[in-house]
Design a protein around this ligand. Sequence first.
Ligand code: ZN
Length: 190
Amino acid sequence: MTEGLPQILKALDFASHRHSAQRRKGTRKLPYINHPIQVASLLANEGNETDPVLIIAAILHDVIEDTVGSVEERSILMAEISSVFGEEILALTMEVTDDKTLDKKVRKQLQIEQANHKSERAKKLKIADKITNLRDIIIDPPDWWTNERILEYMNWSEKVVDGLKGVNPELEKLFFETLSEAKNKYSVQS
Ligand code: ZN
């Protein structure tokens, strides 16, 4: 995949700067940027997705949700993404960005309700995101997460992915394999 390569590298550069002060939630406190890189790599290498728009949005997918505090900062960042990467990438990034002004419970419920109405690209990206998060939970869960919280996360992500089906059979299969691996590890009967 050489199509889009300069923009893909630009997205990596952009996202690595935006996430540079952040760490993942696991006990290993990996750099945050590992996560969007894993999502993009999973789409390309395991989901066989070669669409540069999708890969670039995957690299940028948490930049708006997780690196700005205020509404004003958010609009500045959105304008920046639009001018550097274009409207299409911004729109896709926004499609997978939760509205942080809403309560966490509401956001989680909205992800379930809106899953089915997302674009095909957004659905693929969201499945890859959920697979990556489950893999992290299997390998290295946040140490303050109780078993109950892990189970809650697994059930919730299954409900979201139910609404995302029909866009990439390989990704779907990977999600459910990873989910049953997680269920085995945290001993739930599937
Ligand atoms: Zn993510």
